[in-house]
Design a protein around this ligand. Structure first.
Ligand SMILES: NC(=O)c1ccc[n+]([C@@H]2O[C@H](COP(=O)([O-])OP(=O)(O)OC[C@H]3O[C@@H](n4cnc5c(N)ncnc54)[C@H](OP(=O)(O)O)[C@@H]3O)[C@@H](O)[C@H]2O)c1
Length: 263
């Protein structure tokens, strides 16, 4: 199927690994010119033809710089993929063991800066170009937005806010030809789940449990219908499809193996 993306342009945040890297590769394979933003560049990203821009997207300056560099490199932005949104593992474990009573404002602010404000600031900076070109904003949220009290609650709450933001962008900018779609994965086989230094491994370590056994136990407890973890490539394929010209906007797509049971 021709997705009609050949020759278009995209900015992907957090494109150096995981879901972002898979998305960069999938878009390049469709003939999209891509700029990626992250704090460091991996050899895997450098092996692609995407332009890596090194920025900290938890800051206002980082988002402004990435959009500025993307406009310089690409001449305009047809697609923005707001993919950044998961914190550094050690910090995430500390937050995961807190409660509403014990998690301080600074920790909430860190989470919201990375998850919510990075997407808001990127979208705001890219909007003039997106409006000019009838572009698309795709935001990677999480099934956790619908399971707010399970897992790291600050992360889940910030993802829920992100879902709401997607609706607002869609409503405000559809008349100007801009679409906004949210993609909400369940567990994805990125470093978060698979790396010995990742969030799940450190969570297991904090509880004195073995990484793989703990990961499997978590998957079983969450109870997805397929029983397996989603791959980054599966998320990237969904993103690429949603980036192609279509009448879909304001929608949220779960890709979670049937984890979320309610309508
Ligand atoms: N993995 C899962 O199970 C899962 C489930 C549901 C939703 N998601 C969502 O999917 C998205 C991608 O997650 P992932 O699993 O692919 O994560 P990942 O493998 O940890 O990759 C995160 C990416 O974001 C970049 N990044 C992190 N902090 C940054 C910062 N301050 N400024 C700029 N770039 C930054 C990282 O590069 P640098 O470290 O070099 O900056 C990297 O490119 C996130 O929004 C996450 O919430 C993931």
């Amino acid at each position: 199927m021709d997705l009609n993306l050949q020759g278009t342009t995209a900015v992907v945040t957090g494109g150096s690994k995981g879901v972002g890297l898979a998305t960069v590769r999938a878009l390049l394979a469709e003939g999209v010119r891509v700029v990626s933003g992250s704090r460091s560049a991996t050899t895997e990203l450098l092996a692609t033809s995407a332009v890596p821009v090194l920025v900290d997207l938890s800051t206002p300056q980082g988002a402004a710089e990435l959009v500025r560099r993307a406009l310089d490199e690409l001449g305009g932005i047809d697609l923005l993929v707001n993919n950044v949104g998961i914190g550094d593992p050690a910090e995430s474990v500390r937050k995961a063991t807190a409660t509403v009573a014990t998690l301080p404002d600074e920790a909430w602010a860190d989470t919201f800066n990375l998850v919510f404000y990075s997407a808001l600031r990127m979208t705001r900076a890219a909007l003039p170009s997106l409006v000019e070109r009838g572009g698309t904003v795709i935001t990677i949220s999480s099934a956790g937005a619908r399971l707010v009290s399970a897992g790291p609650f600050d992360y889940n709450v910030s993802k829920a806010a992100l879902n709401a933001l997607g609706k607002v962008i869609s409503e405000q900018y559809a008349p100007q030809g801009v679409r906004a779609v949210t993609v909400s994965p369940g567990p994805v086989s990125t470093d978060v789940w698979t790396s010995p230094d990742g969030f799940i491994a450190r969570l297991a370590q904090a509880q004195g449990l073995e990484h793989q056994a703990f990961a499997q136990q978590l998957m079983d407890t969450m109870g997805s219908s397929t029983g397996r973890i989603t791959t980054p490539e599966e998320v990237a394929r969904l993103v690429t499809f949603l980036a192609s010209p279509t009448n879909i906007t304001g929608a949220e797509y779960l890709i979670d193996g049937g984890l979320i049971k309610n309508l």
